[in-house]
Ligand binder design. Structure first.
Ligand code: DGL
Length: 295
């Protein structure tokens, strides 16, 4: 790994769609003075239903784009699916920069939060079948029960979430679409908590094992039994990046009044990315450039 030769680092952030903007949001809150290049591989979303080989190939292409063409000094894999199945492939594709995935920071945060040592994880099919979270949790002495929730990513990508999640007035009427999403969340979580109880588990922590799910946090909070802690790995991954920055630059990043420097790229509909992305990032997503990463 090369020594950093910068004062304003460029941080590359990658997701299969715009769920990863929740990670970018957490990064900007902690390191607003950095430059950011975000790519959403929207043409090939969802990754969560694809094979490891395909996910690794797609993720490596995005990683190379951010490092080789956008000059990223650090790479944050703002996608649990790519982190779970392809972290090593991504590191091999861009050996010159530190690569931060979201799984280990999520497991570490669960370790800090859980008193019962039993945690629940919701994620995509591919992430659940990789058992990356169960393995990471086990290294911290936690027992994890994982559940795939494949309907949630398309619902978030469609913007079928409650207005308050989208930074719109809370008084805005709840759309029927958001009510559908709330019902789907309720069914998934009921199934998961019932299964946990049948296995004698006493979970007190839920890990959102997909970067799209923080957009559903208010709904999830309403459905979960009282006393649960919700872990958003976006927050813990952003903390990890700040640790890297502080170590490499010799000081923690300082807040500045200036707007962060943001560049956005998508592999499909730029218009949709700007429209929905702005709502999820909580600030304008503009000048999104369409890129072709190949097959
Ligand atoms: N954002 C991705 C994740 O965190 C899921 C979206 C997808 O299936 O591509 O797993």
């Amino acid at each position: 790994m090369t020594e950093p030769s910068f004062t304003t680092p460029t941080i590359g952030v990658f997701d299969s769609g715009f769920g990863g903007l929740t990670v970018l949001r957490a990064l900007i809150a902690r390191a607003p003075q950095a430059r950011y290049a975000f790519i959403g591989d929207t043409a090939r979303l969802p990754y969560g239903s694809k094979s490891r080989r395909t996910i690794a190939r797609y993720a490596a292409q995005s990683a190379r784009f951010l490092v080789e063409e956008q000059g990223a000094d650090y790479l944050v894999i703002a996608c649990n699916t790519a982190s779970a199945l392809a972290l090593e492939d991504i590191k091999e594709a861009v050996p010159s920069v530190p690569v931060i995935g979201v799984i280990e920071p999520g497991a570490e945060a669960a370790h800090r939060a859980s008193k019962t040592r039993d945690v629940l994880v919701i994620a995509t099919d591919a992430t659940v079948h990789s058992h990356a979270y169960a393995a990471a949790c086990q290294t911290h002495g936690l027992r994890a029960l994982e559940k795939a929730c494949p309907l949630l990513v398309p619902l978030v990508e469609e913007g079928w979430v409650t207005p308050s999640i989208l930074n719109e007035p809370v008084a805005a009427p709840v759309q029927p679409q958001a009510a559908v999403t709330a019902e789907v969340v309720r069914i998934y979580l009921d199934e998961l908590t019932t299964q946990a109880a049948s296995q004698g588990m006493k979970p007190d922590t839920l890990v959102l094992g997909c970067t799209h799910y923080p957009l559903l946090k208010p709904v999830i909070e309403r459905v979960l039994p009282p006393g649960f802690t919700i872990i958003d790995s976006a927050e813990s991954s952003a903390d990890k990046l700040v640790m890297h920055l502080s170590r490499d630059l010799g000081a923690p990043p300082k807040p500045t009044p200036e707007d962060p420097i943001l560049r956005f790229f998508a592999t499909d509909s730029v218009e949709k990315f700007e429209r929905l992305g702005s709502r999820f990032l909580g600030r304008p997503v503009i000048n999104v450039q369409l890129v072709d990463l190949g097959g």
